[in-house]
Design a protein around this ligand. Structure first.
Ligand code: HEM
Length: 196
């Protein structure tokens, strides 16, 4: 028994099948469950399958819509102090409050660009790829792309709940008219009756 085979036996704690002669197989074999480890060709298939599954899972996750908080520019603009500072770069909003003191470009430049999309200023500063990666730590949401729709005015017909009582009150104002009509009718009727 050669040194390598002995090592393999020690590592795997079991008899290694004689086909496992390829020294590269050891690396694969020790990482895998024992029954898989004895057959390196099978191990590689399992490894390949797992990698494929992981890739498919990642692809599925990437396809899934992620929930992003949306803010209006007005809302973002309200966070414009050293204690509460949001910057907008290319439609994305970053809460840089905790980064102000560490920003190599200084806190002032960040405070100066609040309330607008600072893509141009950000690009002009020539940020490195690592700066762009670092930004992700401060990402909190995106600008709401929907246009500001003026609040719809809701026309509601005033429901006149006291309609009947109002009618009565109005009618009471005009009581002399029907009274006069009735009075005249009575006088005419009396005169007519006397003539007969
Ligand atoms: C979350 C947002 C930001 C992060 C994480 C960030 C990060 C950085 C980093 C790491 C640097 C050092 C240079 C580099 O690695 O590229 C830098 C430099 C700088 N940044 Fe930012 N930055 C941000 C936003 C901004 C914005 C909005 C402005 C807009 C004015 C700005 C202006 C500058 C300037 C002027 C420099 C100095 C460039 C120089 O001295 O060469 N940064 N920033």
């Amino acid at each position: 028994m050669g040194f390598r085979l002995g090592l393999r036996r020690g590592l795997l704690g079991r008899r290694v099948s004689p086909e496992v002669q390829n020294p590269n197989a050891v690396a694969v074999a020790v990482l895998l469950p024992r029954q898989a480890a004895v057959d390196p060709s099978r191990s590689l298939v399992i490894l390949g399958r797992r990698r494929l599954e992981a890739t498919e899972q990642r692809e599925r996750e990437e396809e899934m819509p992620t929930l992003t908080k949306l803010y209006s520019l007005e809302e973002a603009a309200r966070h414009n102090t050293a204690d509460d500072c949001w910057v907008v770069v290319d439609g994305k909003i970053y809460d840089v409050t905790k980064y102000l003191d560490d920003h190599p470009g200084g806190a002032d430049v960040l405070l100066e660009v609040t309330g607008k999309d600072a893509k141009e200023e950000f690009d002009d500063a020539g940020h490195s790829e690592s700066a762009k990666e670092l930004m992700q730590d401060y990402f909190i949401g995106e600008l709401d792309p929907t246009p500001n729709i003026p609040e719809m005015e809701v026309f509601r017909k005033e429901q006149d709940v006291n309609f009947a009582s109002k009618l009565m009150a109005n009618a009471a104002q005009y009581w002399p008219i029907p009274a006069t009509v009735v009075g005249i009718s009575v006088v005419i009727a009396v005169l007519y009756a006397r003539q007969k």
